[in-house]
Design a protein. Structure first.
Length: 247
């Protein structure tokens, strides 16, 4: 897998908090990432949903829209922004437009402790990615955690062992460079799992092949637990929000 390229705003630029003074909750590093998965409700208004996304984007929030496949949800939104109040406002607005949430996930962009020595420019790309990639419309998201079983407890391993395992895990991912782009975000203490994994691929089978191959390395085979998957196709917001509402 490849890392994200580009940044969504100049380094050092700050947004005015959207919430009450002194209560914005803006992360010290990185961006808040809110995944919203929704069904089209009986009163769904595509125009209102489109306005909600445009208002969020005008406030500095990146929003990725995907038409989802299967019964879990009709539409997926991935919102990235520094101010959690702006993410909350987007959630409120799309619900007001008639999208009924069937799933969600909250996390933060981060630089892994195993990548602490990478150049500052690479760190910035991980903390402030620019999404979605233009040539990768296939989309999936899943949460994951590390095991704490008696036989395989990730958190009982020393740092060097964990770092070596993650290096091997990354080597498998890097073999998909050009086919799959990843966004891995941290959610310990924020949601039910420890990380969120968002993948963009050229085709759906790129995502399938990548996840399949990565499950064979020791870091995944022994120590990873995976949550539910949401899968679909990324598209322009107006197109996605209109098409999912057709009945």
């Amino acid at each position: 897998m490849e890392q994200r390229h580009g940044v969504d705003q100049p380094h050092g630029q700050h947004h005015q908090p959207a919430g009450p003074a002194g209560s914005s909750g803006v992360p010290e590093d990185g961006l808040g990432v809110l995944h919203l998965f929704a069904q089209v409700g009986p009163g769904y208004d595509p125009a209102a949903a489109q306005r909600a996304l445009k208002q969020a984007e005008a406030a500095g929030v990146q929003v990725v829209t995907a038409a989802l496949l299967g019964h879990k949800a009709d539409v997926g939104l991935v919102a990235l922004g520094p101010d959690p109040w702006q993410l909350r406002d987007l959630q409120t607005a799309v619900q007001g437009a008639g999208l009924q949430l069937s799933g969600s996930y909250l996390s933060l962009t981060e630089v892994s402790e195993y990548a602490a020595g990478i150049p500052d420019e690479m760190k910035l790309h991980r903390l402030r990615p620019q999404l979605p990639p233009e040539d990768k419309p296939a989309f999936c998201f899943y949460p994951m955690s590390k095991r704490r079983e008696a036989r395989h407890n990730w958190y009982e391993l020393d740092f060097d062992t964990r770092k070596e395992l993650m290096y091997g895990h990354g080597q498998v991912g890097r073999s998909f460079r050009g086919r799959v782009l990843q966004l891995i975000t941290g959610s310990t203490g924020l949601d039910d799992w420890e990380w969120g994994v968002t993948l963009f691929g050229r085709r759906l089978d790129d995502l399938k092949d990548c996840v399949y191959q990565m499950r064979f390395d020791a870091a995944s085979a022994r120590y990873a637990e995976f949550g539910p998957f949401w899968t679909g196709l990324v598209g322009a917001p107006d197109d996605v929000l209109t098409r999912v509402g057709r009945r």
